[in-house]
Design a protein around this ligand. Structure first.
Ligand code: 8YV
Length: 328
């Protein structure tokens, strides 16, 4: 039987490329060319499967242009690049990569919080610029982390990982807000207290955003929300660009209405709002929260296993819209 045709839309580990080649008639993009949606659709012609990342938009226009497509396996836990409703309507399965990146991403969230609160990037730039001539009592004095109040907006698996790090490792008081409250045993494990969103914003010394991006969470942190935060507070976004209104945040940072921010994700990334590049009290990283070789390998492997599971064995591992699988 002919192998199913699959498109690997981005460069990946050679081991994953090889694994996919064993099972599929594989077209790949190891040169990691940036394709327009039209080029992506052209390369998908005749393919039943696609290995995608957060950079490839799978929407109704693409699905209309690629009627053979049956599955898109995203190498990401977030799937806001998928129009899942349109995929379901077209009978196309979507899969993501939950769990395998949780702890690594929570590590990074905490690292970014620490770097932001303790002004690590800003002070390194100062040193590299040759401006360090002597010690001073308040030089790069930052914010306390241990024993302060950690706020978490979005309390999924990664949010819980950050809560545990804060509560168990740094003796922080943890407050959180989420669409739904966690069961009591999970709250106890994370030593986290559920509060309303306004109370979260008002009480957090360090606020970490870990909620999924959707129409509802677009600009969930805008000027009005930033105004509720303490002027000494820090804000960390490891979730998605678009959850924070970057222009409003840059203004709040410039006017010292909050102390500092750490951002791994941006509205319209890889473009970064020019005003953010002008303020010193922000740590900026290029969407690397899950970037360790071990974790990226696990994510790529799970995405590949979803394609193999579905196209070869009829059973994907982590389906997002299992309703397209029918009764089986
Ligand atoms: C990915 C992420 O690196 O998993 C996610 O949702 O944001 C990152 O871990 C990125 O989306 C590339 O696919």
């Amino acid at each position: 039987m002919a192998k199913p045709a699959v498109l690997l839309a981005r460069a990946v580990f050679p081991e994953i490329l090889q694994l996919l080649q064993e099972h599929f008639d594989l077209r790949h993009n190891q040169a990691d060319e940036a394709w327009t949606p039209q080029q992506l659709a052209a390369r998908l012609q005749g393919c039943t499967g696609a290995f995608t990342t957060g950079s490839e938009r799978i929407d109704a226009a693409l699905l209309d242009a690629c009627p053979q497509l049956k599955v898109c396996a995203n190498m990401a836990v977030g799937f806001n690049n998928f129009d899942l409703k349109a995929m379901t309507a077209h009978g196309v399965l979507g899969t993501n990569t939950p769990d395998v990146l949780t702890e690594t991403t929570a590590d990074f969230g905490f690292a970014l919080l620490m770097a932001t609160a303790r002004r690590i990037s800003e002070s390194e730039h100062f040193l590299r610029a040759g401006r360090w001539d002597r010690w001073r009592y308040d030089m790069f004095a930052g914010a306390e982390v241990h024993g302060t109040t950690l706020g978490i907006l979005g309390m999924g698996r990664i949010g819980q990982g950050i809560a545990r790090r804060g509560a168990h490792g740094f003796g922080m008081k943890v407050v959180y807000h989420n669409r739904s409250r966690l069961p009591p045993e999970l709250e106890a494990d994370c030593r986290a207290t559920y509060v309303g969103k306004d109370e979260l914003l008002r009480t957090a010394d360090h606020l970490v955003l870990v909620l999924p991006y959707s129409a509802e969470s677009h600009h969930a942190m805008g000027a009005a929300e930033l105004a509720l935060m303490k002027p000494t507070a820090t804000l960390v976004n490891i979730a998605r660009g678009g959850i924070v209104d970057d222009a409003a945040l840059a203004a709040a940072l410039r006017d010292k209405r909050i102390a500092a921010a750490g951002l791994d994700v941006f509205e319209g990334e890889p473009k970064v709002h020019p005003d953010l590049l002008q303020v010193p009290n922000v740590v900026l990283t290029p969407h690397i929260a899950s970037a360790t070789i071990t974790t990226r390998m696990a994510m790529a492997r799970l995405a590949a296993d979803n394609l193999i599971g579905f196209l070869v064995h009829g059973k994907p591992l982590t389906p997002l819209n299992p309703e397209v699988l029918g009764g089986s």
